[in-house]
Ligand binder design. Structure first.
Ligand code: NAD
Length: 299
């Protein structure tokens, strides 16, 4: 059997970002509307600052406005909620993202609940989770949205109907919304998790396998149905000592073995990762259009 197609998430995300930039240009010229994304970060977690910088850069590159709010680690919940209130009421802000994790004195659930669901570009608000579950239009979490785009691209939109999809992981951020999206695409969906029995057998039934467990090389080559589409969401850092020199990122799937069996597979890095920020920008355009009652430009 020949090797699987390597799904190039970086190339797909680059195309998506170019399309978003064209939509932003169109919105400016047709409606005088510049989508704006506000990112709030509390404290000095270095990884979070890297994420926020890269979101800021991508937002500006797409021609949107970027509002950054960097707050000290000792910020109180009340202060943060007051800031979000202001962003909810600011007409130049169409998307609000609060970078997680938050310091201990702040209840993340209370903060996410405060964001206007129509500006909730992370799609984490219970209203958006409910909209997704009931098939209403809303803002969908970025990572599973990106995964769905990659699956539709490789299989062809409409060709997911009746396929058996298995999702490993049931987090609110990835696993559950991923399963909902696949269900809406008319797949037959199995959701598995840490306590699932015979995970390997569940995986062997999958025409589409999405893995979001956070467990390096969990999925073995012989767990994969020949020809399946495999989407590896996992990001696991293997320390230099173990990786033989430099720190290395690996996914939740044993890529070298899986690529011999699957029909198509995402690498780590360069697969799902680049799609997440691109989908955040897409969600900001969606939110800006919905809040201003205009169509998303078809460019
Ligand atoms: P999480 O820890 O919230 O959830 C993990 C889920 O996987 C849980 O439901 C758990 O039951 C299940 N799980 C864990 N170990 C398992 C095992 N051995 N067998 C079966 N199920 C198992 O994590 P998350 O936020 O959903 O993220 C999952 C992974 O995806 C992480 O590696 C994370 O870094 C990565 N991630 C990547 C992106 C991206 O942009 N590429 C975005 C979000 C998350």
């Amino acid at each position: 059997m020949s090797e699987a197609i390597r799904i190039d998430g970086k190339a797909f995300a680059d195309k998506l970002r170019a399309r978003i930039a064209a939509q932003v240009k169109e919105l400016k010229s047709l409606h005088g509307l510049t989508p704006g994304l506000a990112v709030v970060i509390v404290g000095d977690d270095p990884a979070s600052h890297v994420h926020v910088r890269s979101k800021h850069k991508s937002t500006l590159e797409a021609g949107m406005k970027s509002f950054e709010h960097q707050l000290p680690a000792e910020t109180s919940q009340k202060e943060l909620l007051t800031l979000i209130d202001g962003l909810n009421n600011d007409p130049a802000v169409h998307g609000i993202l609060v970078q997680l994790p938050l310091p201990k004195q702040i209840n993340a659930q209370a903060v996410l609940a405060k964001i206007n669901p129509d500006k909730d570009v992370d799609g984490f608000h219970v209203i958006n989770a409910g909209r997704l579950a009931t098939g209403m239009p809303g803002l969908v979490p970025c990572t599973p949205l990106g995964c769905l785009m990659l699956i539709e691209d490789v299989l062809g939109k409409g060709n997911l109907v009746g396929k058996h999809a298995v999702v490993i992981g049931r987090s609110n951020i990835v696993g559950k919304p991923m399963a909902q999206l696949l269900l809406h695409a008319d797949c037959t969906v199995t959701i598995t998790h840490l306590l699932t029995q015979h995970l390997d057998e569940e995986c062997r039934r999958a025409d589409i396998l999405v893995v979001a467990a956070g467990h390096a090389h969990l999925v073995q080559g012989d767990w994969i149905k020949p020809g399946a589409v495999v989407i590896d969401v996992g990001i696991n850092r293997i320390a230099a000592a173990e990786a033989g020199g430099k720190d290395r990122l690996v996914g939740d799937v044993d890529y070298a073995a899986a690529v011999q069996v699957a029909g198509a597979i995402t690498p780590v890095p360069g697969g799902v990762g680049p799609m997440t920020i691109a989908c955040l920008l897409a969600n900001t355009v969606t939110a800006a259009c919905a809040l201003n009652d205009v169509e998303v430009p078809n460019v």
